[in-house]
Design a protein around this ligand. Structure first.
Ligand SMILES: NC(=O)C1=CN([C@@H]2O[C@H](COP(=O)(O)OP(=O)(O)OC[C@H]3O[C@@H](n4cnc5c(N)ncnc54)[C@H](OP(=O)(O)O)[C@@H]3O)[C@@H](O)[C@H]2O)C=CC1
Ligand SMILES: O=C(CO)COP(=O)(O)O
Length: 326
């Protein structure tokens, strides 16, 4: 597991509670947190109620050492920090390994989803790339609330093998071969959750929220079909389900961030107050660039971009947006 945040801690819990035999190795950058986990068996900063049952020697800030004997490498840092995290690694380090992206974001500057980035920059073959998606907040995993995940890969064998390592009393899994669609949908729903938070912050109610989200799923559908036109049901939980949970849940980082923006916080002060990362903030900038190629009609994404990057007023931008929705 590469990453020490909430989602990494939640997936470590699933993998530990699952009964398939396996050995876990965990890399994180924060050496104080590593010492704390070794001593007290809990991550001090994220999901601190979760008990960690990994041998001390298998938790380290030495990334090459941690991945050396792994068959599956789960990337689980916010996309904005992925390049920095992998900086000392090259294609040889990942050769022959299955790389699982638990990240719901786009690599800044490269403007690539994680699968494309791994394939292009590290030469990881598509059949060795997996994506964890679906509506699932780390906080609910810690509480063992029933949750469903979708494991996507062009290799059904790999997807099923990895899914088999996550299933527990509270986790159900299904597999998909739509790696591009699930990744893009997971990125986009973060932008719409930011929009949902902004609307709430400026004073719109549940009625408007429902219209916003019905338009958001159509935006996702249009975009993923433009990028990767295959037959898919956008109402499945990896697409619509993830949009709904992120747009409505009290646990959503993206919605919380948007809500603060709607209430008048600056981007900096909202980020400082959160201590967690809202991927939608970075993603909307990358999507703005990516969509110059595809030219998909995305009024909600455009409005969020205007508010966050062009400093437009949330009140005025949402008013203008409301006139385009139906
Ligand atoms: N949380 C959730 O419920 C879910 C999250 N995801 C996805 O998982 C991925 C990881 O997010 P999540 O676990 O939620 O993150 P959190 O918001 O819980 O934690 C933030 C993480 O980012 C790291 N970080 C912060 N600043 C920097 C920096 N400047 N350089 C390097 N690392 C930094 C933190 O490391 P440190 O502690 O050392 O500061 C920490 O690991 C994201 O793509 C997210 O969309 C997907 C599904 C569910
Ligand atoms: O992807 C998620 C839930 O499926 C997490 O969303 P947030 O980052 O907004 O909390």
């Amino acid at each position: 597991m590469i990453g020490g945040g909430s989602w990494a801690t939640a997936i470590i819990k699933m993998l530990s509670d699952n009964i398939t035999e396996k050995e876990l190795f965990w890399w994180m950058r924060n050496t104080e947190a590593i010492e704390h986990i070794k001593k007290y068996r809990h991550n001090p900063n994220y999901l601190s109620s979760v008990e960690i049952r990994i041998p001390e020697a298998n938790i380290s800030d030495q990334i090459r050492e941690m991945i050396a004997s792994a068959d599956y490498v789960v990337l689980n840092v916010p996309a904005a920090f992925l390049k920095e995290t992998l900086k000392e690694l090259g294609p040889k380090d990942l050769e022959g390994k299955k790389i699982v992206s638990a990240i719901k974001g786009i690599v800044p500057d490269e403007n690539q989803i994680i699968g494309e980035f791994l394939n292009e920059k590290f030469g990881v073959p598509l059949e060795n790339i997996l994506v964890i998606s679906g509506p699932c907040h780390a906080e609910e995993v810690a509480l063992e609330k029933l949750s469903y995940l979708t494991i996507a890969s062009v290799s059904t064998v790999h997807a099923e093998e990895f899914a088999g390592m996550l299933n527990t009393r509270y986790i159900r899994t299904n597999v998909s071969d739509d790696i591009f669609g699930t990744e893009y949908a997971a990125v986009l729903k973060n932008i719409y959750a930011v929009a949902s938070g902004i609307c709430h912050g400026v004073g719109y109610g549940d009625n408007f929220q429902a219209v916003l989200i019905s338009n958001a799923i159509r935006e996702i559908d249009r975009f993923v079909n433009a990028v990767h036109p295959i037959s898919r049901d956008i109402k499945e939980s990896a697409y619509l389900g993830d949009l709904l949970v992120t747009a409505y849940s009290q646990f959503s980082r993206n919605r919380t961030f948007g809500n603060m923006i709607g209430k008048g916080y600056t981007v900096k002060s909202a980020q400082l107050e959160m201590n967690m990362i809202a991927e939608g903030y970075y993603a909307v900038n990358c999507m703005h660039v990516i969509n110059k190629k595809y030219k998909v009609d995305m009024p909600i994404s455009r409005a969020v971009y205007a508010i966050l990057y062009e400093k437009h007023s949330p009140v005025i931008e949402m008013k203008l947006l409301s006139e385009q929705l139906n």
